[in-house]
Design a protein around this ligand. Structure first.
Ligand code: ZN
Length: 681
């Protein structure tokens, strides 16, 4: 079985050319068996636990599994098909079983527990201690203290949850792809940028159609909502987008997530109660930086209070503007982005489309690399002849000042069919070091930018540039780590509400002239962004920021209360809660048909359940961390080095608050965040 299976070969990079669907299940079966056997022997034969004779070996087993699973799970996200889905789902059950088994292995738990109480434990490094302490916490969270019957129930719940969450995501993907709008009359495209029209024409051609074909993917949806003069098209598309995977959406019923959402919440609640928590929000906070549910709610409520009146004013301004320019009295949800864009252009004579000229994708990527070099003294070089899953994917190495590669990444920038929407960073290989032999970290960086058409360079919007910087920030956290143990290396072991610090931190460079001048050049004239344009850009930065903040707060409060309150009521109604949250938070009314929750995959399919507040929580940290750069100069070598050494390199080896204080010299302040979004109360 092992022979000939590319997933089971020793490799430094996944052999994407050779991986076939039929390799997946045997590779996972083989690896899980091997791990189980080794673990059993290890527990049986180890008398005096040391890091080396026991815990390092456990780490190696986890790393071995990561090695096999990471390319599979990645392919499932970027090159989905039916056979792959089946294999992936079958493996999910196996992995969920395995992880529960480990989490509930009483002999293994005893090994950690006994070792943590020995005097030699004190001699371990900070990282090693953190790994052992995290493991003990996770044993409790996996039901180690339960009796055998309850352990079985726990396992069932875990399996069910993993199945339901995957189904939620699949429904969303299928529902997104099920809707298409075919247009043959060019007049209906008025206002839509040429680049988007070209993409729509290309998409139509691919399906053997005349004219233009629009889908619900981001490169279509956002520009249509912002620029299409045709309000019927906007309305149609808004409806299709906001009812995806609901009982109302296109192909209604076929991809409906309603029942799945309730099932997920029920199972999460059951799991939390089984483990002795009141609700899932309490369970979620066990592994977070925030200390209590009150902390989180107070934090969010405070932001609502700070931002609401500004958001109301912003909305009033928009309404007045729409009335003035087109007599529109009743601003509909599908009008908001459209008139906002017009108002923004009027106030600042600036538009995302106009800025695109300065951001050809290659230039932006190189600029990002120069900024990284200035900050952290590393070189980033493309490596050819690496196996990838699509011809557009590139591969890069990060070289230290001696020219030694210390990490690498795959860069997959463009949207295409069968690729999950959005942008993200994922781990391919995690850094570790055993007996002076280093396994370098490798990342997957994935975006969904408009693909190049007819060899013309792709021009990014400024928002897209920010997205790229954001994901690269996660990537740097993963790749610049100096931690030698997988368990707390890079993003591993970092509490979820602190993990967005390095990513949101990087976004700030997209707003600094000194940084932009390194790469933002007009693709035809080669000119940099002049002072006047830059001023308009930064003036426009806080445009409707409070409205946007209220939207994020609406999502965060909805998510948190959902997981806090679900267990309290018998006939809990998700829509009723959402309406209640909106009553208090929403500035821009949502139409009744809006089923945003049905596509809220962050909390129903991803890891943000009772954790969506993390974005704002970490933004306080990132804005405040960046304010030190604002004070000392954004490319100040010492500050760069401090950020690298005190935060980025340390991964999950220390508590985030400790690291932050070490870097900033004090606890985080909310002021820099409020300043960035233009709130000065
Ligand atoms: Zn992020």
């Amino acid at each position: 079985m092992k022979n000939g299976n590319p997933l089971l070969q020793k490799y430094s990079l996944p052999p994407f050319d050779k991986i076939m669907v039929q390799h997946i299940e045997p590779a996972i079966d083989y690896t899980l068996d091997k791990n189980r056997k080794e673990l059993k022997d290890l527990i049986k034969n180890t008398k005096n636990y040391t890091w080396k004779n026991f815990f390092q070996k456990i780490e190696n087993m986890e790393d071995r599994l990561q090695h096999v699973w990471s390319p599979v799970s990645h392919l499932h996200s970027v090159a989905d098909n039916n056979e792959l889905r089946t294999a992936y789902n079958n493996c999910l059950t196996k992995l969920s079983n395995y992880s529960t088994e480990i989490g509930q292995n009483i002999n293994l738990f005893k090994a950690y527990d006994i070792f943590s109480k020995k005097s030699s434990f004190k001699n371990l490094s900070k990282s090693q201690k953190k790994i052992i302490n995290n493991a003990i916490r996770d044993f409790h969270l996996s039901g180690i203290d339960l009796n055998n019957d309850s352990k079985k129930i726990y396992k069932k719940i875990q399996n069910k949850l993993s199945e339901l969450q995957t189904k939620f995501e699949e429904n969303l993907l299928d529902a997104t792809h099920a809707w298409k709008k075919h247009i043959t009359n060019k007049n209906e495209l008025s206002g839509i940028p040429d680049s988007v029209i070209a993409l729509a024409s290309e998409t139509a051609k691919k399906e053997g159609k005349e004219g233009w074909l629009f889908t619900l993917e981001a490169p279509f949806y956002i520009p249509v909502m912002k620029y299409a003069d045709n309000s019927i098209l906007r309305k149609e598309m808004y409806w299709a987008y906001t009812t995806r995977a609901s009982e109302l959406g296109p192909n209604a019923g076929e991809f409906d997530n309603t029942k799945i959402m309730y099932d997920i919440l029920t199972h999460r609640t059951k799991k939390s109660k089984l483990l002795g928590f009141e609700n899932y929000a309490d369970y979620s906070l066990e592994t977070k930086m925030a200390k209590s549910t009150d902390d989180v709610l107070n934090f969010l409520t405070n932001l609502v209070q700070q931002a609401k009146k500004h958001a109301v004013n912003e909305f009033e301004e928009l309404k007045e503007f729409a009335y003035r320019v087109s007599n529109t009295k009743d601003l509909k949800a599908y009008d908001i982005l459209y008139y906002s864009e017009k108002l923004k252009q009027k106030k600042f004579s600036i538009s995302q489309e106009e800025l695109r000229r300065y951001f050809p994708v290659k230039q932006v990527v190189n600029g990002l690399f120069s900024i990284t070099k200035k900050l952290y003294n590393v070189e980033i070089k493309k490596r050819n002849a690496v196996q990838v899953w699509n011809k557009d994917v590139e591969f890069f190495d990060i070289l230290d000042n001696k020219g030694v590669a210390t990490g690498s990444f795959f860069l997959d920038l463009f949207s295409r069919q069968h690729k999950r929407g959005g942008a993200w960073m994922d781990e391919c290989i995690v850094r570790k070091k055993i007996n002076s032999k280093v396994q370098n970290p490798v990342a997957y960086l994935t975006c969904n930018f408009t693909p190049p058409i007819d060899d013309k360079p792709t021009l990014l919007t400024h928002d897209e540039v920010i997205t790229l910087f954001h994901e690269f920030g996660h990537g740097l956290h993963h790749m610049m780590t100096k931690i030698d143990y997988c368990g707390v290396s890079g993003i591993n072991g970092v509490p979820w509400d602190a993990v967005e610090l390095p990513s949101q931190f990087m976004e700030n460079f997209c707003w600094e002239k000194e940084a932009l001048d390194l790469f933002a050049r007009d693709f035809e004239t080669g000119k940099t962004i002049n002072k006047d344009l830059f001023k308009r850009m930064t003036d426009a930065r806080s445009f409707q920021m409070s409205m946007q903040m209220m939207k994020q707060l609406e999502y965060a409060i909805f998510d948190f209360r959902l997981h806090l309150e679900y267990s309290q009521k018998k006939d809990f109604d998700i829509q009723v809660l959402l309406d209640d949250v909106r009553k208090y938070v929403t500035v821009v009314e949502n139409p009744e048909f809006n089923r945003f929750q049905h596509s809220f995959s962050h909390i129903f399919a991803g890891g943000y359940a009772a954790g969506y507040y993390s974005y704002k929580w970490a933004e306080v940290l990132s804005a405040d961390a960046f304010s030190k750069f604002e004070e000392k100069g954004i490319f100040n070598k010492t500050t760069g080095k401090e950020f690298l050494e005190k935060i980025l390199e340390k991964g999950g080896s220390c508590e985030p608050m400790e690291m932050f204080v070490e870097f900033r010299g004090r606890e985080p302040s909310i002021e820099p965040l409020l300043k960035h979004i233009g709130i000065t109360n």
